[in-house]
Design a protein around this ligand. Sequence first.
Ligand code: SAM
Length: 224
Amino acid sequence: MKPDLFIYPYKWDERRPYQDGMLLFVPEYYQEHVAFGRLRLEQVFENQNPVYVEFCSGNGEWIIERALENPDVNWIAVEKQFRRAKQIFSKAKRAGLKNLFIVTGEALTFTRYYLNDSAITKTFVNFPDPWPKDRHAKHRLIQAPFAKELSRILIPNEKSLFVTDHPTYAQQMIAVMQEDEAFTASHPKPYFITDRENYGSSYFKNLWNRLGRTIHYIEYVNGS
Ligand SMILES: C[S@@+](CC[C@H](N)C(=O)[O-])C[C@H]1O[C@@H](n2cnc3c(N)ncnc32)[C@H](O)[C@@H]1O
């Protein structure tokens, strides 16, 4: 499919999950996700390579670089804003990537209904929206239900990484993951590090680096 043809595949009142090759549309305000069935990732990628997922991919800078550098890994980008998913799609096309599957949809919904148990080798959440006001904190992605889904989809002893510049959200991520009995912190208290060699760049990582913000890398192993 050419990037120009990457348009919403249905009208709002006809919304449904829709897959076109390496693209999946996961509709919002929709109750029938179960009927679509969970993805058979060996069929999607046509190989049995490990699958790494990045949630909240934004314009895709980080995951496109990773997919190019690691052709023996299958990558899934999950981004709820259609406009940004389209940017990822255009970049993937230009780069000729065959190992990137792009999901236009909400992270918890996609994880819960479209990924099988123990199907994923690593997950990454890079700079998720911090929802800094207290009254908006309920919208943050990293909460107990999402942690539960991460432990279900991750292969035992594999890892989940969260990256944020936002100190309050970092503390929430740590509290959520400490509370989930399936996970163990990779780093000793305070359970984060502030540098990770060769991590790669993203729009927001570059922005917060320029502004001198501390980056928190919070990693948990799926196994206690
Ligand atoms: C602050 S941006 C970070 C983008 C990118 N990771 C980066 O580092 O440049 C957060 C992105 O997450 C997306 N997002 C927020 N909540 C989401 C959710 N629940 N599911 C999927 N994407 C989400 C937003 O649309 C936005 O593109």
